[in-house]
Design a protein around this ligand. Structure first.
Ligand code: ZN
Length: 617
């Protein structure tokens, strides 16, 4: 285990890293105001973005839950890595050599970093094995499904050889220990030592949004293989099957750009979709699509509008229907339209592409139907609608689906759709839907039914931007300190020093003023973040808000001049209050006294200073 990373290196790596790039890999960010970006907070459940990122300050802040910090605290909270690992990861990105306090320079001796490295090495090994003579069956398997060598390379597909220790030996030679290979799930522990987990299989690397290999999915190739058809990496500290999505690294950009995601069932379906031009396709890995996947996808789609769409493709068999219904229950959490696409003759995207070509795969997605209609059809399908009993039964089975629609416009529309399908009176259907809604409401009552956004606003005694009084005096203090925190690095240092000299009237803003006044060199990257760290509690989160908030300005230049104006106004305000004090004092002394003369001189000085500043505004 290496020692502490040298502080100078920690600072240097932070200064050279754009926090917006790092956060942007995990959360879809949009420009929001000058120098700011916004997205859906990854730390709490929300539908409209209150998560702000300021690249220049190296800072993020969520106005919803109050989470804030620098790029290291983001990585430790988001990816659950240690501080050291966070620094090492970012250093790795920019190929920066870290130095350690004990003189060592062994950057990759922490757990997760080694797991990523082992998985990357294994992926490389599998890929190379696909070229060997033994991999003939694997290559044929791919070829029969319409995937050539180029496709295999694009998706990083590999082959795990039949022997018990081929991969193990190769990775041992690269310096990985048995313990590391075991914790990464690449080998299994047997009676006589460890052996390769994946043997005689086609292997797909499963990567995270940043492209790091988390684990593998492996398909059986040989008849004498008694294992399951698909075998995945077991749960490890980096591979969580409820969260991983195959293809997300390749689809991420288009998902975010097109506000569409296509959820397919298997690795070959993802490949077929991408090759056919549906580059937003992803698949779950050995588990049903669930709420954790939704959380991951919402972060990537990152949209507050309802324009986004999620298209599920399912086998129309019983298991597929169950999956659709479960997905429907979860999809209600999505702030997007959900659809189901089922292929002709129940063909999955891979078979569809093979038999009818790329155009057919695109057609499959084009002919999607709204999830609600799909689910209603599933519910109704088992009833004989020619009989009264059948229609009533179908109504009872399908009314809860319509009752669960929260959209005030959508619900009456689907009441009519359902009435038409069942051949029943709209009013009867509406009554049954209302009854189902009441029954459903009772079942869901309790803490779990409270939307997460309402839980978040806990009654903390904390001063927020929104809670500040709206008086002119407080407003100028608020805006001026906001401007300095955000644009101080480009403002005149002498002006800032003068603006922060006199105490502020609002105690919370004054606490921020004191901290900023002590900040020192504002040219130094990250100075504002450091200054916030020194604000005394309970005002630190207010300081964070001031740094993250939208500074009202049209562009960068306007922001800079507006921030400077505000600083000048603060100085003028202080000059004017000094002046009124002196005007009071001059009444109490004789005009011809020395004291009187000094005051008059000082008054003239104040006026001159004020005129000079006013001319600049
Ligand atoms: Zn938040």
């Amino acid at each position: 285990m290496a020692g502490r990373i040298r502080q100078a290196d920690v600072e240097e790596v932070k200064a050279r890293t754009n926090i917006a790039d790092i956060i942007g890999e995990r959360v879809a960010l949009k420009n929001a105001g000058v120098g700011a970006m916004k997205g859906l907070c990854p730390f709490h459940d929300e539908r409209s973005p209150s998560f702000n990122v300021r690249a220049q300050a190296g800072f993020y802040h969520c106005f919803g839950c109050g989470e804030s910090g620098d790029v290291y605290s983001f990585l430790t909270k988001m990816d659950h890595v240690s501080f050291t690992e966070a620094v090492e990861r970012l250093a790795g990105r920019i190929a920066y050599t870290l130095h350690y306090e004990d003189g060592g320079a062994a950057p990759e001796h922490t757990g997760r970093t080694r797991l990523f490295a082992a998985n990357a090495a294994a992926a490389e090994f599998f890929r190379a094995q696909l070229q060997t003579g033994e991999a003939d069956t694997a290559r044929r398997f791919l070829g029969e499904r319409g995937f050539d060598a180029g496709a295999a390379a694009h998706f990083g597909v590999g082959y795990a050889p039949k022997g018990w220790s081929g991969m193990h030996d190769a990775l041992k030679a690269k310096g990985f220990t048995d313990e590391e290979l075991t914790t990464s799930g690449l080998v299994s522990q047997g009676q006589r030592g460890v052996y390769d987990r994946f043997r005689g299989r086609l292997v797909w690397p499963i990567r995270d949004v940043t492209g790091q290999v988390l684990g593998f999915g492996a398909r059986r190739l040989y008849d004498d293989d008694k294992g399951p058809k698909y075998l995945n990496t077991p749960e490890t500290t980096i591979y969580k099957k409820a969260q991983v999505l195959y293809g997300l690294d390749l689809a991420k950009r288009d998902i975010s750009r097109e506000h569409q995601v296509v959820v397919v069932e298997g690795y070959t379906d993802v490949m077929a979709c991408h090759l056919a031009g549906i580059t937003t396709a992803i698949a779950t890995c050995g588990t049903a699509f669930g709420s954790d996947h939704i959380t991951v996808l919402r972060r990537v789609m990152g949209d507050d509008s309802t324009a986004g769409e999620v298209v599920f493709t399912f086998d129309p068999d019983a298991a597929g229907q169950k999956a659709a219904l479960r997905a429907f229950a979860d999809a209600k959490r999505f702030n997007a339209q959900t659809y189901v696409a089922t292929g002709p003759e129940g063909l999955d995207p891979c078979d569809l592409r093979l038999r009818r070509g790329d155009g057919a795969v695109r057609g499959l997605i084009e002919h999607k139907v709204p999830m609600v209609e799909f689910v209603l059809d599933q519910r109704i399908a088992g009833f004989d609608l020619a009989s009264v009993e059948g229609r009533v039964g179908a109504l009872r089975a399908s009314a809860p689906v319509v009752a669960e629609l929260r959209d005030a416009l959508l619900q009456p529309e689907y009441v009519r759709v359902l009435a038409r399908r069942l051949g029943m009176d709209t009013e009867d259907v509406r009554r049954e839907v209302e009854r189902a809604a009441r029954a459903g409401g009772r079942r869901e009552s309790g803490p779990a039914a409270v939307p997460a956004e309402e839980v978040v606003g806990e009654p903390l005694v904390r001063v927020t931007l929104a809670s500040l009084p709206r008086t002119a005096a407080v407003t100028i203090e608020r805006d001026a300190i906001m401007g300095i925190l955000q644009f101080g690095h480009r403002m005149d240092a002498a002006l800032i020093a003068r603006a922060l000299e006199a105490p502020f009237r609002h105690p919370a803003l004054d606490a921020v003023r004191q901290a900023v006044r002590q900040a020192g060199d504002m040219q130094r990257p990250g100075w504002a973040l450091d200054a916030i760290g020194t604000v005394r509690e309970p005002y630190r989160s207010l300081a964070g808000e001031l740094l993250a908030a939208d500074f009202p300005a049209l562009d960068d230049t306007a922001a800079l001049s507006s921030a400077s104006d505000l600083a000048r106004r603060l100085v003028i305000r202080s000059l004017e209050s000094q002046k009124s004090e002196l005007l009071g004092a001059i009444q109490r002394v004789s005009a011809s006294s020395d004291e009187g003369r000094t005051i008059r001189l000082r008054l003239r000085e104040l006026d001159a200073q004020r005129d000079e500043l006013t001319a600049d505004i």
